[in-house]
Design a binder for this molecule. Structure first.
Ligand SMILES: Cc1cc(-c2ccco2)c2oc(N)nc2c1
Length: 159
């Protein structure tokens, strides 16, 4: 039966420098043991972009003063779970600070060819090339559990 389609809004930030991307190893909680961008929930009273900057700083120690580039929206459905996850993906080349390990995350720079896809969300290998190459995109993914990607579609968009 149809549920109230209340999406849960999450953020995901990728910090880039020439030829490399900063990823964080999740030390606990949701998706523990995988590498990912930095992000999480959006709190009441903040915009999605403000939430993205807050989570980046909390999880990596990095600050971003000017704007993040909003590069995509990924929708995730889990079988038998009515809550859709709406993940807003951001990129930036400009940041201040040095990445620091926190209780949540261990940050590390990766050359594009060394990105550890086997230790990441299964969807990542499908859209990272778009994100790393400055493309804009939307994606829809249907998971059964955390590792079984049943269906997906990804569309590059012109902003
Ligand atoms: C279902 C899902 C969620 C996230 C997520 C959590 C917090 C921010 O994003 C993902 O991130 C990636 N790369 N795949 C993901 C799948």
């Amino acid at each position: 039966i149809m549920s109230t389609c209340k999406n849960k809004v999450l953020t995901l930030v990728f910090v880039l420098r020439p030829g490399e991307v900063l990823l964080g190893y999740k030390k606990r909680g949701f998706a523990q043991g995988w590498w990912n961008g930095f992000g999480g929930k959006v709190e009441a009273g903040e915009t999605i972009e403000e939430g993205a900057k807050r989570e980046l700083h909390e999880e990596s120690g990095l600050s971003v003063s000017n704007e993040l580039d909003h590069v995509g929206v990924l929708m995730f459905e889990f079988v038998n779970d009515p809550v859709l996850l709406e993940v807003h993906v951001y990129r930036t080349y400009s940041y201040t600070g040095t990445p620091i390990e926190t209780e949540e995350m261990k940050p590390q720079w990766f050359k594009h060819q060394d990105i550890p896809y086997k230790d990441m969300w299964p969807d990542d290998k499908l859209w990272y090339s778009l994100m790393l190459n400055g493309k804009y995109f939307n994606g829809n993914f249907k998971f059964e559990g955390l590792t079984n990607l049943l269906e997906y579609e990804i569309n590059e968009i012109t902003k």
